[in-house]
Ligand binder design. Structure first.
Ligand SMILES: [Zn+2]
Length: 397
């Protein structure tokens, strides 16, 4: 018997019904295995267990029964107060802290777990499409002039007058003038992604780069900076655990390593999927980096400087995939990867602010080579543009 099947059996209670606690644990494990970033609580509150998967919140329990009988909240597996032969319910909603639009769905807990995950994925996919359709491009990035919804451009350099898109967040044309710029950028990204399902996919690259370049204890440092700025909110988990970062994936046709995922996945699962499909991919990037140095005139007898940085690799994966997603989702705009390279000059300032131990030139070269290596592997035919819908058949006479 498989471990999962055994877990399902033990999840049955004495009246033969499903245990809410067992279902909650099974569901969170299955989501983790399917590539979602997952966080969950192990205690019940209001007759439900809470969980978080990517941009969604989940509740597993019998709050419906407690509401029907107008009884107080209790343990969702309390047989003295609830009918445990009836299945627990799974409620799902997104985004994490909705300010305007919110998607909601419910599914009975006795359905197979893969159906529950499929419903969660369907809800998020539809909700993102809806949120994107509602967002209008009324503002422009001050560097690339591309049109975005105002809320999707951020004061990445700390100046509210200079709003930037994810591609230009570290562009050297905008000076970082404030010592709080990086901490403020992390705050803006957290607020945007937690409240808006239409968030441009590319912000994942910016998060991954800062998180991968930051020294240990980045979460504590951010916490302190945020407190000083007067907020009692806490920075998201991914700033210290970039593998937990949610990355929106390209809709429509996808290369094989991305087939197994839904509308998005955690960065760690994407990195693993690439390593599994192409175990030599990082070595390819290292070799390209070495060739670049030799071509730039570095002597054949000397080892090349700027060690390829494994630490930055997840950021390269995040940039490559999330900007491909953005190109597909915003197909009427210039593909962002066309103007990403050479847009990292102000990263230097951010690295100094967060006291990164890494060297800017090393990061920039490793990132550039890493992004190109990932793109070449996943989408080897650059002549084929991103498509959000199947190509229309050509009319013939
Ligand atoms: Zn821009």
């Amino acid at each position: 018997m498989s471990h999962a099947a055994a877990a399902r059996l033990t999840a049955r209670n004495r009246s033969g019904g499903l245990s809410a606690a067992g279902l909650h644990t099974d569901l969170m494990r299955a989501l983790q295995a399917a590539g979602w970033p997952v966080e969950h609580e192990s205690f019940a509150e209001n007759t439900e267990y809470r969980g978080y998967a990517g941009p969604a919140r989940l509740l597993v329990g019998r709050a419906d029964q407690a509401a029907e009988s107008r009884s107080d909240a209790c343990d969702p597996d309390d047989e003295t107060r609830l009918d445990l032969s009836r299945p627990p319910m799974v409620d799902m909603a997104a985004p994490l802290t909705p300010t305007t639009y919110e998607a909601y769905s419910q599914i009975s807990g006795d359905r197979p777990i893969r159906d529950v995950i499929a419903e969660l994925d369907r809800m998020i996919t539809d909700a993102r499409a809806h949120a994107m359709a509602m967002a209008t491009n009324r503002a422009r990035c001050v560097v690339c002039d591309d049109a975005y919804p105002q809320a999707h451009l951020l004061a990445a350099a700390g100046d509210e007058e200079l709003l930037l898109c994810p591609v230009c967040a570290f562009d050297g044309d905008v000076l970082v003038t404030s010592g709080h710029a990086t901490a403020y950028l992390t705050y803006q990204i957290d607020q945007l992604t937690a409240t808006d399902l239409a968030t441009p996919a590319g912000w994942a690259g910016v998060v991954a780069l800062l998180a991968c370049a930051a020294p240990p204890g980045f979460d504590d440092w951010l916490h302190e900076q945020w407190r000083h700025a007067g907020t009692f909110l806490s920075p998201a988990d991914y700033w210290s655990h970039p593998k937990q970062l949610w990355v929106w994936l390209p809709p429509g046709d996808r290369p094989a390593p991305l087939h197994r995922f839904g509308t998005g996945a955690r960065l760690g699962a994407l990195v693993d999927a690439l390593d599994e499909r192409w175990p030599d991919l990082r070595q390819r990037a290292r070799d390209t980096a070495a060739d670049n140095w030799r071509e730039a005139g570095w002597s054949d007898d000397e080892p090349v400087p700027g060690l390829f940085l494994d630490q930055i690799w997840p950021a390269a994966v995040a940039y490559a995939i999330s900007l491909r997603t953005q190109a597909t989702e915003r197909s009427a705009h210039r593909p962002p990867l066309q103007h990403l390279f050479g847009s990292f000059d102000s990263l230097h300032e951010h690295l100094a602010l967060i006291e990164s131990p890494l060297d800017f030139d090393d990061i920039e070269s490793a990132l550039g080579v890493g992004i190109e290596t990932v793109l070449d592997a996943l989408w080897p035919d650059p002549a084929q543009p991103p498509q959000s819908a199947p190509a229309q058949p050509t009319a013939t006479e």
